[in-house]
Write a protein that binds this ligand. Structure first.
Ligand SMILES: Nc1ncnc2c1ncn2[C@@H]1O[C@H](COP(=O)(O)OP(=O)(O)OP(=O)(O)O)[C@@H](O)[C@H]1O
Ligand SMILES: [Mg+2]
Length: 139
């Protein structure tokens, strides 16, 4: 599907729609330029999955893992130049039994598990974002 959202809240609501269709082991790749709304999208999805506290991009670590009915992981691979087997070994637990959201999935190269959904965000103007979601989940 493809749509244009007119606010961060609308992007979060769309993400919540996707989140309701996900289950353990699902990986969501979230792509888009700086400030496109990747973290905003992930925030909406993570909240919909039952995480109550603040949701921000991992800055000093690669990932966050949240307790929820199905545990949720949020990774941001922006600072990675690529993965070697040892680094992948450090990341792999984030995907174990979780619903995992990955910003900058392109930086993970071939290592990431296949995505259940691929989300792409683009600036339209200050408050509008073009959002595409490719998945087989009926969205
Ligand atoms: N329709 C919209 N959808 C999402 N975010 C929007 C929208 N309109 C404005 N914004 C604003 O755009 C910014 C998006 O920031 P966000 O951190 O989500 O982007 P990002 O893609 O994760 O950036 P980065 O590459 O730095 O991680 C926020 O300040 C948000 O409030
Ligand atoms: Mg971000």
């Amino acid at each position: 599907m493809q749509t244009v959202t007119s606010s961060p809240e609308a992007t979060e609501a769309l993400a919540a729609e996707l989140a309701r269709r996900l289950g353990p082991g699902d990986v969501v790749a979230v792509s888009g330029e700086l400030g496109a709304g990747k973290t905003t999208f992930v925030r909406g999805a993570v909240r919909a999955l039952g995480v109550a506290g603040p949701v921000s991009s991992p800055t000093f670590t690669i990932g966050h893992r949240y307790d929820a009915p199905v545990p949720v992981a949020h990774l941001d691979l922006y600072r990675l130049a690529g993965l070697d087997p040892e680094e992948w070994g450090d990341l792999e637990p984030y995907f174990d039994g979780t619903i995992a959201f990955v910003e900058w999935p392109e930086h993970g190269g071939e290592w990431l598990p296949a995505a259940r959904a691929v989300v792409t965000l683009e600036h339209v103007d200050e408050s509008h974002r073009n959002v595409r979601i490719a998945c087989d989940l009926g969205l």
